[in-house]
Design a protein around this ligand. Structure first.
Ligand SMILES: N[C@@H](CCC(=O)N[C@@H](CS)C(=O)NCC(=O)O)C(=O)O
Length: 219
């Protein structure tokens, strides 16, 4: 059976959403991020990304980690690509060209969108508690996101999905990265096609199932 190491409130959500899309059974080991704990090294600390047994599995000390038989894999997008290709049928590539395009868009999301989207996720607090310094960092991140979002907007004005004519791992990976910036309303006004596509991705039963499970976990 597949094993996913990582709580659902982490990038493990990507693997879990993919497994739900593909109807795959898996075992989840709820490794939590060390930075979310007061003292990750305390004797009674839960299994976390600094626990020796987790570091033995994954020296990078980051979740998610996927195990499938003898394969131990880190990097969430490597994991989703692997699962889609091996078990996901139409979620994965049908040929080399589709595979290359799925990787292209996933790398684009990971390198050109994720860092600034994460800045927004971590700093954006709607209301009067937003410090001026954070506002400036958020504005800079949002400004840097305009170019990749325009690329996506143009693509999604001409195509229903990111690659080919169906929902694939490329949509899932990109949607998971964009989710981080979703709470910052002003960014989205200029990108209605991306917004509509993201809503459609998140309306999928497999996303909703993952999201419900995520909400069950403590914040
Ligand atoms: N590029 C990696 C990033 C993995 C990563 O940073 N994971 C976070 C949780 S979402 C983590 O494990 N942080 C734990 C820590 O920094 O101790 C991936 O996509 O899997």
């Amino acid at each position: 059976m597949l094993t996913i190491h990582g709580v659902t409130r982490s990038r493990a959500s990507r693997l879990i959403w993919l497994c739900h899309e593909a109807g795959l059974d898996f075992r989840q080991v709820p490794v939590i991020q060390a930075y979310r704990l007061g003292d990750a090294e305390a004797p009674d600390a839960p299994l976390n990304t600094r626990s020796p047994e987790f570091l033995a599995l994954s020296p990078a000390g980051a979740i998610p980690v996927l195990q499938d038989g003898d394969l131990t894999l880190s990097e969430s997008f490597a994991c989703t690509q692997y699962l889609a290709r091996k078990y996901g049928k139409d979620l994965g590539p049908r040929n080399e060209a589709e595979e290359a395009l799925m990787l292209q868009w996933s790398f684009y999301a990971a390198t050109m969108i994720e860092p600034d989207a994460l800045t927004i996720l971590f700093l954006h607090k709607p209301g009067p508690n937003q410090s001026g310094e954070d506002q400036a960092l958020i504005a800079n991140a949002a400004e840097r996101l305009v170019r990749p979002l325009k690329v996506l907007e143009d693509h999604l004005c001409a195509h229903q999905f990111i690659v080919s004519d169906r929902f694939t791992v490329a949509d899932l990976n990109t949607a998971e990265v964009l989710r981080y910036a979703q709470g910052f309303g002003p960014l989205w006004e200029a990108f209605p096609a991306v917004k509509g596509w993201l809503t459609a991705c998140q309306d999928r039963p497999a996303f909703r199932k993952m999201w419900q499970e995520r909400l069950q976990e403590p914040e």
